[in-house]
Design a protein around this ligand. Structure first.
Ligand code: MG
Length: 389
């Protein structure tokens, strides 16, 4: 199996809302198509990849550094000798040659985009859904129940948003089959955010829980003030209170806040996660780690993060990736993670899961289609065909 061409495009996912730090009006995504010489059931195998929302398209790094390295490499280096199929882990190593350590950021996103497309192509060629191929490649057990816990991440700040419109939004998530939800904080005053929290808690049925997300906005005194106010409520977690790299700040906050903290969606490589485990004072019995495979060099790096965390006493069930799309859902199912974020009806068509896999009881099944499952999501499938056909 050989790569015959890789095509790169950008797509807008602009939206009119904000979190505590950024507005999404000019947000973009990279979309790639890895074309291969493999034919399955009369169709040429093409793998598709894209990045999670929030980090912009990566055209320059893809076309200037990563693709030239893949093209310059002997094709047999990118193939698994046992199966003859593409080996995304080998391709990952090739893409990361001649890069200094540290400064992961956008480079990690660019590699993650191609990683998704390479796994999509490899799994399609193997005739397997991605979560099953990952289980066989990484020697992971098959659980009795394939479904993954998901929660509805919304509650953004809209220019004309009110507490009433927030409550309407949360009601729609419950109608869609979600049980647990998340809203933004930090984009308004503490008093206004407390009002938002109480308005949502007031309508959640018994057993459904609310998380809040500050997107790394606060300094330590503000994070502590919010922690004190939020301690009055039974929240699922308090997410990204501080800058993602402020490990000591997290350690101070973890001593003051008895509930669950969550962070990690802006950590992109094993050394950053190792530092979090070592220095952030987080608690493996309650805190939640949200590293996102599509933003952090893809599955090989994510598997290495899980193994690093295992050595520090963190089970995979404490990991709930950011991102809300098919690839992260497959990774969550394969590695037995605690769940997967979901953004109902925003960041479309990239966000969301297969059309025939509705959320039920707050859980969703990974796709049975070969590959990542983009062909089972009509709006996304239409978009990739428009971009590349
Ligand atoms: Mg977040």
């Amino acid at each position: 199996m050989r790569i015959t061409d890789v095509r790169v495009a950008e797509a807008p996912i602009g939206s009119g809302f904000s979190n505590a730090v950024i507005d999404f009006s000019s947000m973009t995504v990279s979309v790639v198509a890895v074309e291969t010489d493999r034919v399955v059931d009369g169709e040429r195998v093409v793998g598709y990849g894209f990045n999670s929302n929030g980090r912009y398209a990566q055209t320059g790094i893809l076309t200037g550094r990563l693709l030239p390295r893949l093209r310059a490499c002997l094709p047999e280096r990118l193939v698994d000798a046992g199966t003859g199929l593409l080996d995304p882990a080998a391709a990952n190593a090739v893409m990361r040659t001649n890069e200094k350590p540290g400064g992961h950021g956008d480079r990690a996103v660019a590699v993650g985009i191609l990683d998704m497309a390479l796994w999509d192509a490899a799994a399609k060629a193997a005739g397997q859904p991605l979560h099953r191929l990952l289980r066989s490649r990484y020697g992971l057990p098959t659980p009795e129940d394939d479904s993954v816990w998901v929660y509805a991440a919304g509650g953004y700040y809209y220019p004309d948003g009110t507490v009433g419109s927030l409550r309407e939004e949360i009601r729609r998530y419950l109608e869609l089959g979600y049980r647990d939800v998340k809203i933004k904080i930090g984009g308004a005053s503490l008093a206004e955010d407390v009002e938002r929290v109480e308005a949502v808690l007031d309508l959640l049925p018994d057993g459904c829980r609310l998380a809040v997300d500050a997107n790394g906005r606060f300094d330590l005194p503000t994070a502590l003030a919010y922690a004190e106010a939020l301690s009055a409520y039974d929240l699922n977690w308090y997410e990204e209170p501080l800058d993602p790299l402020d490990y000591l700040g997290h350690a101070v906050l973890a001593e003051a806040y008895p509930g669950s903290l969550a962070t990690g969606e802006n950590l992109f490589a094993v050394p950053e996660v190792r530092n979090l485990a070592r220095h952030a004072g987080l608690r493996a019995d309650r805190d939640v780690l949200q590293m996102d495979p599509s933003l952090s060099y893809g599955v090989p790096e994510y598997a290495a993060m899980l193994s690093c965390l295992d050595g520090a006493g963190w089970p995979p069930t404490r990991c709930v990736p950011h991102g809300g799309h098919l690839y992260n859902l497959a990774v969550a199912a394969a590695f037995g993670l605690g769940g997967c974020e979901s953004y109902p009806r925003v960041f479309e068509p990239f966000g969301g899961f297969a059309d025939d896999a509705p959320v039920a009881g707050g859980r969703v099944r990974p796709s049975d289609r070969p590959g990542v499952g983009i062909e089972g999501k009509a709006d996304l499938h239409r978009l990739v065909r428009e971009l590349f056909d």
